[in-house]
Design a protein around this ligand. Structure first.
Ligand SMILES: [Zn+2]
Ligand SMILES: [Zn+2]
Length: 559
């Protein structure tokens, strides 16, 4: 008799991207409960919110579970070069040191990204052609071409001795992707006909009915909007969307305009695109210094900053802080992107500044200048029809997307639908598919050069400092218990004067002096006692005039 423990199974363990949009990282494990071999699919990042994590740039999935299983990790396969799928590799790869597989565009983007940041060590990547395969232990992984919003996106058909599952990655159906072939519908139908045990599928646009417009439609809309512009035109889009860049370049060529490229990320993707022969030769890109002397109707500016990033080109131009580019009233900005949730305020600030300066702002509300790279329900329905999977596990979505996708999958007649979350261990084969266990999951953060737990005390303290400021006091007491010299004090992040015009620093010093003076001499020999009494007295004096309690540090030296 075989028990469950000794039987092979294929499990899926998402550590990021399931219950959130961002930082995708999934593991597939094959073997018995106590001995599994693993592959990782994607290693993505999320950007931290300044409000919740002041000073923190990047957020990664907690990879503690992978580190424990490192000896059994066979490799990492990256589906495409979006930050939420590969952005954590430069920081986390050294913790795994296993082979990384990606298509040439993804590999070149990773290399360019690492080369652009000082002190980074390279991540060795084994290139796999789109449509190619990778064999890792019990896993046969086939890259199946899909359309998305970046070159060379792939779904993965993962075949094991127990059967095949499909990890869709980010995808859509697009008859005219501008760069690269459309989604390989025939191949998905073949995989379905041979038997697909489970689909692990993109949920981003499951709340939307119908079918996404094509990049080709956007290219035509951009052509019109650029051709009709009376003066200068600027376009901002996601830098990684090379098809969009191509569309802008084509529209510019048709309107007899040159393309001025501004922003590091945009230059990087264009040079990678050219190196790999992905961009056509019509595109006439010129240096940003050309912007000053080109006649207004001969220039199209292509710039980074679609998310209102403070240091990006568009933001600096909007606030007239750019060294070589400025707009004039009557110029036109085409916002060829979407606002990522959480960035609304920053994007609004930039667009409003432009409007205030007389710039005409055109968004996808005005013309079809942007489409999403993710499948709507009509497209999902086709994929489910081709694959006819035994099980569906919605991923790449927040709770609301995952739940709607689960209901949708049931409507499509999928027998086992599993609503998983980060950290769940989901058995895919043998069926019935379902959650069998849980493992450690969560987030880690990159703070400066260090990687820390999400709830690290330093970030909590910083959040507090941001609210109430800090007061530092230092003084010395001699052997007789008397103050030796003056009390030193500094206040940071605290109003300098109170409502009556009294200096806060004087209030602080007086409160400290009184507290020490009022303490019986015999109790002044305890530095702890002194620290405590001074701190309490200063806090209550400041709280009384300010209405807020600052953070207080007292240093006592005995001489
Ligand atoms: Zn994604
Ligand atoms: Zn993507």
């Amino acid at each position: 008799m075989t028990s469950d423990h000794s039987r092979d199974s294929l499990v899926f363990v998402p550590l990021g991207g399931v219950g959130e949009i961002g930082m995708n990282l999934a593991l597939y494990g094959f073997g018995t409960k106590n001995k599994r071999q693993w592959i990782m699919v994607d290693c993505g990042v999320t950007f931290a919110s300044e409000e919740h994590m002041p000073g923190v740039d990047l957020v990664f999935p907690d990879i503690g579970f992978v580190e424990e299983e490192r000896a059994n990790l066979l490799g990492i396969v990256i589906t495409h070069a979006h930050e939420d799928h590969y952005g954590a590799l430069p920081d986390l790869w050294s913790r795994f040191k296993v082979p990384v597989y990606a298509t040439p565009f993804t590999a070149a983007m990773l290399e360019a990204k690492i080369a652009g940041e000082r002190g980074r060590s390279p991540v060795p990547v084994t290139e796999v052609a789109p449509g190619g395969s990778i064999k890792l232990g019990p896993f046969d992984i086939e890259l199946v071409t899909v359309a998305h919003s970046i070159p060379e996106p792939n779904a993965l058909a993962i075949t094991t001795p127990l059967g095949t599952v499909v990890h869709t990655g980010d995808w859509k159906l697009d008859p005219e992707p501008v760069i690269g072939p459309p989604t390989n519908e025939t191949r998905f139908a073949e995989i379905g006909a041979a038997g697909c045990k489970a689909i692990i599928c993109d949920s981003t646009n499951v709340l939307r009915d119908g079918t996404s417009p094509s990049e080709g439609d956007v290219a035509r809309a951009l052509k019109t909007v650029i051709a009709e512009a009376p003066r200068r035109v600027a376009v901002t889009c996601f830098a990684s969307n090379l098809a969009r860049i191509q569309a802008v370049a084509d529209a510019a060529a048709d309107a007899d305009r040159d393309v001025v490229v501004v922003g590091r990320a945009m230059h990087r993707v264009i040079s990678v695109g050219r190196m790999l022969g992905l961009l056509n030769e019509r595109a006439r890109f010129v240096d940003e210094n050309a912007f000053g002397y080109l006649p207004p109707d001969k220039a199209v500016l292509l710039c980074t900053g679609s998310q209102g990033e403070p240091r990006a080109a568009l933001t600096r131009i909007a606030f007239d802080k750019h060294q070589s580019i400025s707009f004039s009233p009557g110029d036109r900005l085409i916002y060829s992107a979407r606002v990522i949730p959480g960035n609304d305020r920053e994007v609004g600030r930039v667009l409003n500044a432009l409007v205030d300066n007389g710039i005409e702002v055109i968004t996808d509300q005005d013309a079809l200048v942007h489409v999403s790279g993710h499948p709507r329900r009509g497209e999902l329905e086709k994929m489910y029809g081709w694959l006819k999977p035994n099980a569906a596990i919605p991923v790449h979505g927040e709770a609301i997307h995952l739940n709607a996708h689960a209901r949708f999958a049931k409507e499509q007649g999928v027998p086992d639908v599993v609503e998983a979350r980060n950290g769940d261990i989901v058995r895919l084969i043998p069926g019935p598919a379902g959650k069998i266990d849980e493992t450690r999951s969560g987030r880690i953060i990159k703070d400066g050069r260090l990687i820390l737990p999400e709830n690290d005390a330093s970030v909590r303290e910083r959040r507090k400092l941001a609210q109430v400021g800090v007061i530092m006091l230092a003084f010395a007491v001699d052997g007789a218990g008397d103050l030796a010299g003056e009390i030193e004090a500094s206040i940071d992040g605290i109003p300098a004067v109170d409502a009556d015009g009294g200096a806060m620093i004087d209030l602080v010093l007086d409160a400290a002096e009184d507290a020490i003076g009022n303490l019986p001499r015999k109790r002044r020999f305890s530095p702890d006692k002194l620290r405590d009494i001074v701190s309490r007295s200063v806090r209550s004096a400041v709280a009384e005039v300010w209405g807020k309690k600052p953070i207080i540090h007292v240093h006592v030296v005995e001489i």
